[in-house]
Structure formats: C-alpha cells, structure tokens
Ligand binder design. Structure first.
Ligand code: SF4
Length: 352
C-alpha cells in the first residue's frame, strides 16, 4: 500500500493501516515525548500483518520508549562536552562534526540524538551561528575533514548545501567533506541531480555515508539514488546500528552487507546501540554483537565486513570492540595464537 505522504501523526499511522487502532493512546503518549515521521518509502516497506516487522520496529513508536533506565543518557555519545561553538563537535584532532539541522525526514526509535532532534528541539544553525562554526574550522588548521550531520543534512535544499560546500572549498586545510544521511534510502526522491551537484566541492573529496539497517531498505529507488551519487564521483560508505529484532541475526546482517556492496557502498561501521533513553528493548549485548561479527567474518567477502564499534559514553569517542582473534600462546608455544574463521587456533609463528 502506498501512503503517498509523510506520516507524522499517530492517527495517520492508524489510518494508513500500519498500527491497530487500540494502540492510539500508546502512540500519542510516545509521540508527545519523541518525534515521529515515516516517509512514504518507509511506510510502504512495513508489513502491517507482521507484529515483528523490522522496519516498523525502527520507526513506529513503542510504549517501552517511555521507560528510561538508569545509565541511559540524554547525550549518550557526549556531543555537548566537545562543542566549542554552536554546531561544531570537535572530539578527535583532525575532524569535526558540523550539525546544521536537528530535523530528519524519518525519526528512528533508537536515535542516539533523540533528545536533540525533531520539531521543537534544537533549532537549525542560524546564519550567524554557521558563520561562527565556519570561523572555528578556518581557525583550526588541524581540521582535515568536516562531517556534515545533524539531524539529516540532506534535508537542506541544494542551494543551501551548495553555499556551504563553496564555503568549505575556500578553507585550504579542509580536504575531505563527509555527509551522513538516511535520505538516499528512505527519501530517495530528494537525491536530485541538483543536490548531487551541490555536494561536490572541487578540490575536495566528498564522501557519503548511508545509514541503513535492514536489506529491505535498499529498494530499487534507493539503489538508483545511491547510483546517482556514486556515478557523480562521490564514494559511498555505510553505517549500521545493531538493533534487536531488526538486524541481530547473521543472515540479515550478511544480506544487508552484501546488498550494500552490490550497490558499490562499502560497509564502514556496525554501531553497538547507544545508551539513548528508552531504547533498552532495541539494544543487544556486546557479546551478541561480537558473535554476529564472527558469523560475518570469513563466511562473507572482506568487502562485507564493517568494523564493530561502540561510542564510549561521556564523549570519549568510538572504539572497535572486537571480536578478538589474537590469543596468548600456550606454555608449549610462547608466541601468540591466531584464531581462524572456523574457530580453530593456530600458533604464530608456526613452531619450527
Ligand atoms: S536519521 Fe539519524 S539523526 Fe535522524 S532520527 Fe534517525 S538516527 Fe537520529
């Protein structure tokens, strides 16, 4: 069924047949706390007959979102602790995030910035704030890469994105512009030739990182949108959030990674779920994530291997979290042992 319009109201989700009417009150309570939006592409992907539909699980509100646990944090990856000026997060030496907007075409139930994004939350950068953010980048020659994020930066018009890319082009020490977005898959009609042109800054490398969590998100329209980006000379990478009930099976993850590679998108990160409020029902354990990575390794092409990472709460940055294939040697063999993808250990170097 095609809804044809973006669904932001609880009643609209029910009228579209995506949620049974008896859940109206639950939906309204959650929607009063966290933003809701499903593009037509997302709504079309949901199978309303499946109570465990992996697309619905990512976008349809759930009453458990109101159960924040102790240990969950409003700013789980610590953006604000590293924000020297509005819109900039300078966590690592050679790169900054530039957060232009705090709105998205879809609102993910597991979002790590869910306390910041959505209508009525943090505003978009004003002209003056954007000038100050660019001034910060200009004043820090160690900044090699600028990462556009938000919210979803591709919600901006080609005109505004083009103006920003031109401003970045003028900063000599910035060599790479990276854009993080869900739009190529979940709102692909926005990937127009004008928008693709706007993302190119001559003299700089532009990379696009697609956020995709389930192979069904890579529809024919999504694949075509990604092809428009890549054919224009913008390489694409992907990031995936590991979500219980969405992609926490080896078969689903492998299918997603293969689909991405078939679209010429290199899997980059598999994120362990962040400690965002009300998202415990969507998080796996780290041990489960490591077991999934083991299932991917060796059984799927090296092109299909993302790095499994967690953002350390408090703003300490991302670290890879395994699994580990290097083991201390036995008493007999004092070197190390390396585990192969079948789980067998081999001394390294091999005994003479
Ligand atoms: S698109 Fe990104 S920023 Fe927006 S709700 Fe989803 S995860 Fe959060």
């Amino acid at each position: 069924m095609t809804t044809g319009r973006t669904l932001t109201k609880s009643k609209a989700l029910i009228e579209a047949g995506l949620v049974p009417p008896e859940r109206l009150r639950e939906l309204e309570r959650v929607a009063a706390r966290y933003a809701v939006s499903l593009t037509p592409e997302v709504a079309d992907l949901i199978d309303p007959a499946d109570p465990d539909d992996p697309i619905a699980r990512q976008f349809v509100p759930d009453r458990r979102e109101l159960d924040a646990l102790s240990g969950e944090l409003a700013d789980p990856i610590g953006d604000d602790a590293h924000s020297p000026v509005e819109g900039i997060v300078h966590r690592y030496p050679d790169r900054v995030l530039l957060k232009l907007v705090h709105v998205c075409p879809v609102y993910c139930r597991f979002c790590f910035r869910r306390e910041m994004v959505g209508p009525g939350r943090r505003p978009a950068l004003s002209r003056a704030a954007l000038d100050a953010a660019l001034g910060y980048v200009r004043a820090h020659p160690e900044i090699w890469e600028v990462i556009l994020t938000g919210g979803d930066p591709l919600i901006l018009s080609p005109r505004r994105l083009g103006a920003l890319l031109r401003a970045l082009r003028a900063i000599e020490h910035v060599k790479v512009v990276r854009v993080h977005s869900r739009i190529p898959a979940l709102d692909p009609g926005r990937i127009t030739p004008d928008l693709v042109r706007a993302l190119k800054a001559s003299g700089k490398a532009t990379y696009m990182v697609l956020h995709a969590n389930h192979p069904r998100e890579l529809t024919a329209r999504a694949r075509a949108a990604c092809a428009r980006i890549i054919d224009a000379g913008i390489p694409m990478l992907s990031q995936t959030v590991l979500i219980r009930g969405v992609n926490d099976s080896a078969a689903t993850l492998a299918a997603l990674m293969r689909a991405l590679v078939e679209c010429r998108i290199k899997p980059y990160y598999l994120h362990h779920g962040d400690l965002a409020p009300g998202t415990a029902h969507l998080r796996t354990t780290i041990e489960e994530g490591q077991a999934l990575m083991r299932a991917l390794h060796g059984h799927n092409s090296g092109l299909c291997q993302p790095t499994y990472v967690v953002d350390i709460p408090g703003g300490h940055g991302k670290s890879p979290i395994g699994p580990n294939y290097l083991h201390r040697g036995t008493d007999l063999h004092r070197g190390v042992e390396i585990e192969d993808y079948r789980g067998c250990r081999h001394p390294y170097p091999p005994p003479a």
